[in-house]
Design a protein around this ligand. Sequence first.
Ligand SMILES: [Zn+2]
Length: 222
Amino acid sequence: MTTVYLSDKQCFICGAKSQHPMGNLSLGDVGERDLDGRPTHILRSSVYLWIQRCPLCGYCAPEIVQGDEADREIVRSEAYLAQLNNSLFPETANAFLCYSLIMRNRGFFADAAWATVFAAWICDDNGYSESAYRCRGFAIDLFETARCNQQDFADSNDQEEIYLIDLRRRRSQFDIAARRCDETLEKEHADRFLDILYFERELIDNRDSAAHSEREADDAKG
Ligand SMILES: [Zn+2]
């Protein structure tokens, strides 16, 4: 069971004090997940607790009491403020996209990419389908950049491939997703990944761009 409580925070950037809802979990221990890593069931909304936004300066981070000196400049930049107030995205999605800008500025491309995936989930929830499409485009570019910089973004190469395939599928880029899935299937994989890859291939064949869970992949092999 998740416990949510309010916690006092002092912003690393501007020193303003504010209260933020906190939860007692992280992505590492969420249990059942969608194919793109999103927790299922009761923990599905936990993503809204993963980012804090300073009400005064707009600094967005999982923990706004912490930061890097390099963050001060980007948080005050025009590009950051434009993203923070971009009406094409829900407010919490903007917070994640701003955090993505900060992580990109630090050269942490895997963290920057995940922040855009979380932004996509918020867009999904709120019916911003075009914005979700754009967030997943950012995520693909940033995951590929992470890979070029030898930064892992999942606990195995197989899992990373599945995330990249699922992002393409969720964007309805079925031909690219199918090619990537077929290339991946030609290599050796643990049974668990094979089940998910075959399930992805089936979803791609069906031109299905909706969210699906790892549990469904398990059930499908039956
Ligand atoms: Zn602040």
